[in-house]
Design a protein around this ligand. Structure first.
Ligand SMILES: [Zn+2]
Length: 582
């Protein structure tokens, strides 16, 4: 009977942990049809949006992103970049230009120098609902659509959009004719519905960061010069029509007498769609057992051929580590495409500019921390860049048989930030940081340390189980920091809100030192001093002259719990300590 009760309790606990949250979210279906002119670098298109308002709110207007309007002289993105270019940062910054200034090395003042046939734009000529034209108001990279009839709660509306666009000369993420010679990197390329969630509209202008979207399905038809090879984050549904054994390495479309070819793509249960096109693209594939088909698409140049082959092999080796530690990748394919300006993540695909294994693994890990756990990148960049930095560092360490994080850029970057005087709380909106330096180190490095350090607080075993709980609880949804902490609390049985408040919402540091060591009545007394203002549970490892070790553990009162003992070193648990804040 006792045994039965234990089994029942375990089942209940398990059911509780993986229960799906009941937060509503909007749903969307895009049907996009574009005709690309590879000479003028312009395209026109139609876009049908089936939008389901699952909220209990009546919507009198909707918003669309028009990202490419950022690539025009004097745009907000241009002005912001030139403003950041006035700040000298002496600290190491992965994205900093070699000139020591705070602007992004890829952007600098390049937008201000674009000519009329090099700028980007997206122009919506009409948004129709049931044949009726809606009133439009453009705010640079955001289009406001004022509805003639509001969208009622729990109802579906169909919007028919006509638009045209010019592909900008490659500056940031998307564009034409990149430094490596890729013709078209097509991200942020279509009028994209702004997400409406429990916090309202998220109509963030495109000045730097851009990821947050409505979950849904995409049908995309791309007509383009017949000599171009198209790659995308999705499944090609007319491979036979094109006459292409698409998954066969190195295969080319069959000759055609018409000037163009139409590629038909589908991607379901995603929140964005990206594609790329180039006449010299070559594709290789790797099939992972119990995993996706990996496609690698790159500009065929003999000198780098083996590097792309090796990258494909490493990604295939990495997948079992990723799945075991962070959860199963749910889509059938993942495509690594040469393009863009570094590395940038999209659903089911990435654009990377060179055959860097580290970059490919980082971008693929974004499938977990952004593409499946769809956090709002503007509000919580540490939850996608930080956790991606953490997970990709861990995957690379496992692949290369390396131990630990202490030697990595992750901790070094955070320590430099904490001492720099530039630090702002990691809860800052990603576009509102004073410097790119503070943003990138808070989002990537401090976010990664959050996850490694969570293992120190709740134990590495519980942290690893939490990683899978978090994935399974919040996949295909928009988790926020509280959602994350709640999952960690349920898994560990500890209260952890204090950890988020101190680490994310403040810039207080963790710094402890050993003070006096005294022998009183034959007993040794060791004083531990808090130097930084952030309270933490304290592990003190004592090593004796003969090499034997003892662990002394002082839980923090705010935790209402203890970390389990995780190794063979004898451990003494002391009474919880109570920090006095000032
Ligand atoms: Zn990233």
């Amino acid at each position: 009977m006792k045994r039965n009760i234990i089994v029942l309790c375990l089942l209940l606990l398990n059911g509780f942990l993986i229960a799906q949250p009941d937060r509503w979210q909007q749903k969307i279906k895009y049907s996009i049809n574009v005709k690309m002119d590879v000479v003028s670098n312009r395209f026109s298109g139609t876009e049908k949006i089936e939008y389901t308002n699952n909220s209990s709110d009546t919507l009198s207007r909707v918003f669309l992103h028009l990202y490419w309007n950022a690539f025009q002289p004097n745009s907000s993105m241009d002005m912001r970049s030139r403003e950041l270019g006035k700040t000298v940062i002496s600290e190491p910054n992965p994205r900093r230009a070699s000139d020591g200034l705070d602007w992004d090395s890829r952007v600098k003042d390049r937008i201000s120098k674009l000519s009329s046939d090099e700028i980007g734009y997206q122009r919506v000529s009409a948004v129709l609902i049931n044949g009726a034209a809606q009133k439009l108001k453009e705010h640079e990279t955001i289009l406001e659509v004022i509805l003639s009839k509001p969208i009622l709660p729990k109802s579906k509306t169909v919007l028919d959009i006509q638009f045209e666009a010019q592909v900008p000369l490659q500056v940031r993420r998307s564009g034409r004719d990149s430094k490596e010679g890729i013709r078209n990197s097509m991200s942020q390329w279509y009028p994209k519905m702004v997400e409406y969630d429990y916090q309202g509209w998220n109509a963030n202008p495109y000045i730097a960061r851009e990821f947050y979207g409505v979950w849904g399905d995409y049908d995309v038809q791309i007509s383009i010069d017949k000599n171009y090879f198209v790659a995308a984050g999705g499944d090609l549904i007319n491979a036979n029509e094109i006459g292409l054994g698409y998954e066969a390495s190195g295969s080319k479309p069959t000759p055609t007498t018409s000037a163009t070819r139409t590629w038909k793509w589908q991607a379901n249960n995603v929140h964005d769609f990206m594609w790329a096109a180039d006449p010299t693209y070559k594709m290789i594939t790797r099939k992972v057992a119990n995993g996706p088909l990996i496609r690698v698409v790159y500009k065929a140049v003999d000198s780098v051929e083996t590097r792309w082959q090796k990258l494909a092999d490493t990604c295939a080796l990495a997948y079992p580590i990723m799945a075991k530690t962070f959860g199963n990748y749910p889509y059938k394919t993942y495509t690594i495409i040469q393009g863009g300006d570094g590395g940038m993540e999209y659903p089911m695909a990435t654009l990377i500019n060179t055959a860097s294994v580290e970059t490919a693994i980082h971008e693929w890990m974004h499938s977990w921390y952004q593409m499946i756990l769809g956090t709002n990148e503007s509000l919580y960049p540490w939850m996608d860049e930080g956790f991606t930095d953490y997970s990709s560092t861990r995957v690379m360490a496992t692949l290369r048989n390396r131990q630990g994080f202490w030697q990595d850029a992750t901790y070094r970057g955070y320590f430099a930030l904490a001492k720099s005087g530039w630090e702002e709380p990691a809860s800052t909106h990603s576009d509102h940081y004073n410097t790119n330096y503070a943003y990138s180190n808070a989002a990537y490095r401090k976010g990664a340390v959050f996850m490694e350090q969570l293992g120190y607080i709740i134990g590495d075993t519980a942290r690893d189980l939490f990683l899978l709980d978090y994935f399974n609880t919040w996949k295909f949804k928009h988790p926020n920091p509280n959602d994350l902490i709640r999952v960690a609390e349920k898994r560990s049985g500890m209260e952890l809100d204090w950890y988020k408040e101190y680490w994310i919402n403040s810039t207080k540091t963790i710094d402890y030192s050993v003070g006096d060591i005294a022998v009183i009545d034959g007993k040794t007394s060791i004083t531990v001093k808090r130097v930084g203002k952030m309270p933490m549970p304290v592990d003190v490892l004592i090593t004796f002259k003969d090499g034997t070790q003892e662990m002394h553990y002082m839980p923090l009162d705010l935790m209402y719990g203890e970390k389990p003992k995780e190794n063979a070193i004898p451990r003494t648990v002391h009474p919880e300590w109570i920090p006095i804040n000032n």
